[in-house]
Design a protein around this ligand. Structure first.
Ligand code: IP8
Length: 270
């Protein structure tokens, strides 16, 4: 049986995070080419991508992460239900860019949006991941962060790709590695990348008990930023799976990490 790797392409990597619905085509092309090399090297990849500016901005504007708010009124008159549909559409659009990039590099892939197979949010969301285990060798299974239906009274909520990768990595057979490809950073930094201090340095090996200061950009990001990746990463590592956070913008680091080669980034260690 071929080794399996679960790979997350961060939304902040594949989109311009501050510009509504803008993809970074050069980055998508490079990531797709690296993924193709991985398949050629004989590993199977499950790909989960984030939302970036195709999800977080509208989700924030219409408070979708908090679920149904009976008193909610938006300045433009859009209801939360309309916003749920709009964000799902936008995510399908981003997913299409991802699928097109994969096709361009001859990668065969199938995609299923979480609002069709998952319910509720957080790492214990409800889903039967069995169906994903039967994807044939060499075919990349693709999914992404999404707005999913939730039990009442919440009714809907945001399911992050970071929660999905944890479940895929720990429930699908033969997963050896989880790789987070990120934009703007080379891994986990000792200081937030936005501070003026020169102190921010890459933590190459992050131990579970290590503390690091992290500024969560919650004015943009409705899910958990780097802190959620690290938390889900350690939960994954507890199942004996290696977890690596790397830059998706430099050289072929994502490919190297997926192949299990040593590469600059952050490795999580229990
Ligand atoms: O970017 C968030 O997914 P993430 C999904 O993987 C939406 O955390 C729709 C904001």
């Amino acid at each position: 049986m071929r080794e399996r790797v679960v790979l997350k392409w961060g939304g902040g990597l594949i989109t311009e995070k501050d510009t509504m619905k803008t993809v970074r085509q050069d980055v998508l092309d490079s990531l797709a080419a690296q993924l193709e090399s991985c398949i050629r090297e004989g590993i199977d990849v499950v790909l989960v991508h984030g939302a970036g500016s195709f999800g977080h901005m509208k989700a924030k504007a219409y408070n979708l992460a908090d679920g149904k708010l009976p008193e909610f009124k938006s300045p433009d008159g859009t209801t939360q239900e309309e916003a749920v549909d709009a964000v799902r559409e936008d995510m399908l659009e981003l997913n299409q860019h991802v699928m097109d990039a994969l096709t361009k590099y001859d990668v065969s892939a199938v995609s299923i949006p979480p609002h069709k197979w998952a319910r509720n949010t957080g790492h214990d969301f409800e889903a039967d991941l069995e169906m994903f285990a039967s994807v044939p060798e060499g075919i990349v299974l693709v999914t992404h962060g999404d707005v999913v239906d939730c039990d009442k009274p919440q009714t809907f909520g945001i399911l992050s790709g970071d929660d999905i990768v944890y479940r895929m990595a720990t429930e699908l057979p033969n997963v050896k590695r989880l790789v987070f490809a990120m934009g703007g950073v080379e891994g986990v930094l000792s200081e937030p990348p936005t501070t003026d201090s020169d102190e921010a340095s890459l933590i190459e090996v992050l131990h579970k008990e290590d503390v690091f200061s992290q500024q969560h950009m919650d004015h943009i990001d409705v899910t958990g930023g780097i802190a959620l990746k690290v938390e889900r990463g350690f939960q994954t590592a507890e199942h004996g799976i290696s977890v690596h956070l790397v830059s998706g913008e430099i050289d072929e680091r994502v490919m190297q990490a997926c192949l299990g080669n040593e590469v600059r980034g952050t490795v999580l260690t229990l």
